[in-house]
Unconditional design. Structure first.
Length: 396
């Protein structure tokens, strides 16, 4: 008996090959990227049967870089462990992430230092009970002088160097507490995925000795990993690829992000106290100059991935499964942005772990099996979007 889903998938894939002009002397590369949730790592979770839905989807994706003689497709997959777990990136990749961390921190910290000086100016006025307009008028000139700017620049340089060092030392960077407190490992994981993209394209060309006319990318992510997945898509298309007309190209290949599958996307760590609390504590710190007694999550500021852009508009299809009963303050949702044809967000019962998966039986009520529903929804939706998952009935 012919499976209608199989038949539809085959027709869609053949149409994509035809549109890309792929015949017997060229190939298409389908590559999947899987960004796991914070503190989740398939290589340790598998032993205890705690695989998340991202981990399970990764296992289902084919990995056959050498294309069979009867196929026009080469397949690859890349798994990116969650923040706070071991990444196992190479020395050169660590250098890339270190430089990225330093560059991004410089701009942000320079602004933060100037804002900090402005806050202290306001506090001086409050303490002295002097006229606000006079104090601010006197201080404004000082704030914009070369001396103040130099102090801000020097402080920003020191903070950027610190962040770069932490990113370069993997055991510190991937420590769970450090990752929660300083949001380390973000640049490393995005750079890791970009490097694996380049390596897989090169490997497919070398092994198959055929040009790759089409690269179809699918990206999956859970909780904070979903934010990383979105940033990866942005940097893949805007940094690695070149836009030619309405298409994106990498070297001589057309690049399509055919699917983005996200499970309850967020960008804050569990130590984050929320924007309001963090802002109030900043002012309190200026007044008292003593953070003693302030919770650890407040002392070091916001613990948030510095990326909140809408999903890149070039993504052809997107499916975001949202935990309908998630109410924790540090788990605000990061939505897709303005929806377009082929993009969908859907509520699922339960809190975040009921959507992202990874719970043990009886670990949480009503059932740890609740996450199987969003897993199956994501699997079927991705398959209809030409992600090369096998027929569900053939999986063991």
């Amino acid at each position: 008996m012919v499976d209608r889903d199989d038949q539809k998938c085959r027709i869609d894939r053949e149409e994509s090959l035809h549109q890309a002009g792929i015949g017997t002397c060229s190939l298409a590369l389908q590559i999947g990227f899987f960004f796991d949730g914070t503190k989740r790592n398939i290589y340790t979770d598998e032993e205890s049967q705690r695989l998340t839905n991202v981990g399970r989807l990764f296992r289902a994706h084919p990995d056959e870089i050498k294309a069979p003689l009867t196929s026009s497709y080469s397949y690859a997959k890349v798994y990116i462990p969650g923040l706070g777990t071991e990444l196992n990136d190479t020395t050169s990749e660590q250098l890339d992430s270190m430089l990225d961390a330093r560059q991004q921190a410089l701009t942000k910290d320079y602004i933060d230092e100037l804002v900090g000086q402005a806050k202290e100016t306001a506090v001086d006025a409050l303490k002295s009970k002097r006229d606000w307009s006079k104090v601010l008028s006197n201080k404004l000139g000082d704030l914009l002088t070369l001396k103040s700017s130099g102090e801000a620049s020097f402080s920003a340089l020191k903070n950027a160097a610190k962040r770069a060092v932490v990113e370069a030392v993997a055991p510190i960077r991937d420590n769970p507490l450090v990752a929660d407190l300083l949001m380390t490992g973000v640049d490393a994981r995005v750079d890791f995925a970009k490097n694996r993209f380049k390596k897989n394209v090169s490997a497919s060309k070398e092994l198959n000795q055929l040009p790759i006319k089409l690269i179809q990318v699918s990206v999956f992510g859970a909780d904070l990993g979903a934010a990383l997945a979105r940033r990866f898509i942005e940097e893949l298309l805007e940094s690695l690829c070149t836009k030619v007309g309405n298409e994106y190209r990498y070297e001589e290949s057309k690049v399509e992000v055919i699917f983005a599958g996200l499970f309850d996307s967020s960008r804050r760590s569990l130590l984050d106290m929320g924007d309001t609390v963090a802002e109030v504590s900043d002012w309190a710190g200026l007044l008292t100059k003593n953070p003693a007694g302030v919770p650890l999550g407040v002392v070091a500021g916001a613990k948030v991935i510095d990326y909140d852009k809408p999903l890149h508009p070039a993504v052809k299809r997107a499916f975001h499964l949202v935990a309908a009963h998630e109410r924790r303050d540090y788990r605000p949702l990061l939505p897709l942005g303005p929806l377009k044809p082929g993009w969908r967000e859907e509520l699922c019962p339960g809190i975040s772990e009921d959507v992202t998966g990874g719970l043990l039986p009886n670990e949480q009520r009503p059932s740890a099996e609740l996450c199987r529903v969003p897993l199956r929804k994501m699997f079927d939706t991705a398959r209809r979007a030409q992600v090369p998952f096998p027929n569900f009935r053939t999986l063991e």
